[in-house]
Design a protein. Structure first.
Length: 242
């Protein structure tokens, strides 16, 4: 009986050890470690120079100086100056430690030009990326309609903002819908959205400009899976053409 009791105790200890180890294991597909990346590191994770469908990506010059530090601003962002989805993102990411930008283009627009898009990556210390997502949601909630500056002789323009569900990528996501409407007779509305995906302590943002049609804006947003894969990759394809 004594020997049986010892074996039972040993078995319980081993089982407890296995269970403890298993509970600390990160889930499969978890994001990169929550540490901020420098602008130089972020640059290597931008969309690659050659993209599917003949599209290309060109990175803007890297600014090695951090935008701000965590907690640099305690006041909520203002509605003033918001024009499109990207400006909402910029207002909500003032606490990022670094950011980089790339312009990408391809296809043919309705005016027989090239369809443009913009990608921006942000890195944050601590839980800053999640807080930035919360700040964007709050900003859209407070700034549903914004009157845009204009000369007295020009028609008034209004920017309207709303949130939509983001792609099933990363740790969380959202789409900032932006529609600019003019008061001129027969004036139309233009859309300029921003899709935001959080991957650990980084944000991946793809935005479109006001001049695009809905189909063209959707073709720009469709590059988000490639952009997220670049951020998650330990060996991303280079953005700088060789």
């Amino acid at each position: 009986m004594a020997d049986f009791g010892i074996r039972c105790v040993v078995g319980l200890v081993v089982l407890a050890s296995v269970t403890a180890c298993g509970s600390s294991t990160k889930p499969e597909g978890s994001a990169k470690p929550d540490r901020p990346m420098s602008a130089a590191e972020l640059r290597t994770h931008l969309l690659p120079a050659a993209l599917p469908g003949g599209w290309t990506s060109v990175a803007e010059p890297t600014d090695e100086h951090p935008k701000a530090t965590s907690g640099a601003s305690t006041s909520p962002p203002s509605c003033e100056g918001l024009l499109d989805g990207q400006t909402v993102v910029d207002a909500g990411t003032t606490a990022s430690s670094a950011s980089v930008t790339a312009m990408f283009s391809g296809g043919r627009s309705v005016g027989n030009g090239v369809i443009p898009g913009m990608e921006k990556l942000y890195s944050f210390p601590g839980d800053g990326a999640h807080e930035a997502m919360r700040s964007m949601r709050d900003l859209v909630g407070r700034c549903r309609t914004v009157d845009l500056p204009h000369a007295s002789s020009e028609p008034a323009e209004t920017a309207g903002f709303s949130l939509a569900e983001g792609p099933r990528l990363g740790d969380e996501s959202l789409v900032i819908r932006a529609v600019v409407t003019t008061s001129a007779p027969g004036g139309d509305s233009q859309r300029a959205d921003a899709t935001v995906v959080r991957v650990g302590s980084s944000l991946v943002v793809i935005s479109s400009v006001l001049s695009l049609t809905r189909a063209e804006a959707d073709s720009v947003a469709a590059f988000m899976p490639v952009a997220v894969a670049q951020v998650k990759s330990n060996r991303p394809e280079p953005v700088d053409a060789v």
